[in-house]
Ligand binder design. Structure first.
Ligand code: GMT
Length: 375
């Protein structure tokens, strides 16, 4: 198939999923055309069957807000026409589903079909801002196929938006060859002294991630077990998290590594992954940690229980239960046998339920069904 993929190119789960999906589709022989305002962050490097089309957003003094969404729609239409696209697969409803619909209108009968994947904040946060609600619903309704990354998100979309689309749950996935334990560069000594345990958190440091809880959980763990906390990513709460670490007297043990490309290399050295978010429609970073055999301590919220099996591949506790999360973390770090068992169970669960090959086949089936519905 000739597939156009549109996503946010910035660091974030939806862009990561779109880029990884494109790579697997290209390996399977599909022609994949990414359309965005920048090369998606995990796409770097040449790969056969993948092309990138950059949107030009004209800056003109009349435009206080350059019309990115119109430029995107126009570019999607152009790429579709020139490359005979069968499908647009857009990630994140706003504005991508609406831009896709507009591109379809421009192309008329020859337009590609439109598949929209909902990732979470497009529905849980952005879509419910009243000013975005109607347009998000419109984008979902006009899509020829809609997928959601968890059952939680599927249900929430149906309940909140009252749409009548069939929404397929296609969970996020991991390339198990890339995300695996035992990678050697860099090794643990790059991050921790001998005898110290490594706790890890990765995110965009938005309030929904509760990064202050991460620091507080770590502080309780650190009181009893020599350890370091690696904080990967950047975003609005980074400064507060750094200030809290200083206030708690653990600044030298909380390492803010900023944005990183090869997160699988860092994940592989961790002993525990912390994700105490307010809400996660899925929790891709938890899945990537599990693939590396790293148990997860997180919140029992949103779609996270569909990823992390409580008591088997980690522990999920109520949002904000810092004491409970710290207690579980200590339990796991003290009990080598339990840690090993959970680490193995985590990797096995990813292999059984979230392997890239298996999940990309699900996307292909959605594409085939959407195309069959039209021809
Ligand atoms: O979590 C974020 O802030 C980024 C956001 C995104 O769209 O990039 O992540 C959402 O999509 C990811 C990929 O499907 C999911 O793994 C995340 O759980 C989801 N984030 C939230 O629901 C908060």
């Amino acid at each position: 198939m000739n597939i156009g993929i549109t996503c946010y190119p910035t660091v974030g789960g939806s862009g990561a999923v779109a880029a990884e999906l494109g790579k697997v589709l290209a390996r399977r022989g599909h022609e994949v055309h990414f359309v965005s305002y920048r090369l998606p962050f995990r796409l770097g490097g040449f790969q056969e069957h993948i092309r990138f089309h950059e949107i030009d957003v004209t800056a003109y003094s009349l435009f206080e807000y350059p019309p990115h969404d119109l430029a995107l729609a126009a570019k999607m239409a152009e790429v579709a026409r020139e490359n005979h696209l069968d499908l647009f697969h857009v990630h994140y409803a706003i504005p991508h589903a609406i831009a896709g619909f507009l591109a379809q209108q421009m192309l008329g009968d020859s337009a590609p079909r439109l598949v929209t994947t909902l990732h979470g904040t497009d529905v849980t946060l952005v879509g419910q801002d009243r000013s975005f609600f109607e347009i998000t619903r419109f984008g979902i309704e006009r899509s020829n196929g809609v997928t959601a990354v968890s059952e939680f998100l599927r249900r929430m979309t149906l309940d909140e938006f009252g749409v009548h689309n069939t929404i397929d749950v296609v969970p996020n996935f991991v390339d198990l060859a890339k995300h695996c334990a035992g990678r050697t560069t860099p090794d643990r000594s790059a991050f921790a002294d001998p005898g110290e345990r490594i706790l890890l958190h990765m995110s965009n440091f938005r309030p929904v991630k509760r990064v202050l809880d991460v620091v507080r959980i770590f502080e309780r763990v650190r009181r009893e077990i020599p350890s370091v906390l690696l904080m990967v990513g950047d975003g609005p709460e980074r400064a507060s998290a750094q200030a809290l670490a200083r206030r708690l007297g653990i600044a030298d043990k909380v390492r803010f590594l900023g944005r990183q490309d090869s997160i699988e290399e860092i994940t592989a050295v961790a002993d525990l992954y912390l994700l105490p978010s307010e809400l996660e429609s899925f929790g891709l970073s938890a899945l990537e940690a599990m693939a590396c055999g790293v148990p997860v301590i997180g919140s029992d919220a949103g779609g996270l229980p569909e990823v992390v099996k409580n008591g088997e591949t980690g522990y999920l506790l109520p949002v904000g239960d810092i004491e409970g999360m710290a207690t579980r973390a200590l339990e796991l770090l003290r009990d080598e046998a339990l840690h090993r068992k959970m680490a193995q169970a985590a990797r096995q669960r990813v292999a059984a339920c979230f392997d890239a090959e298996q999940i990309v086949s699900q996307y292909e089936r959605v594409y085939e069904r959407v195309l069959a519905g039209t021809r």
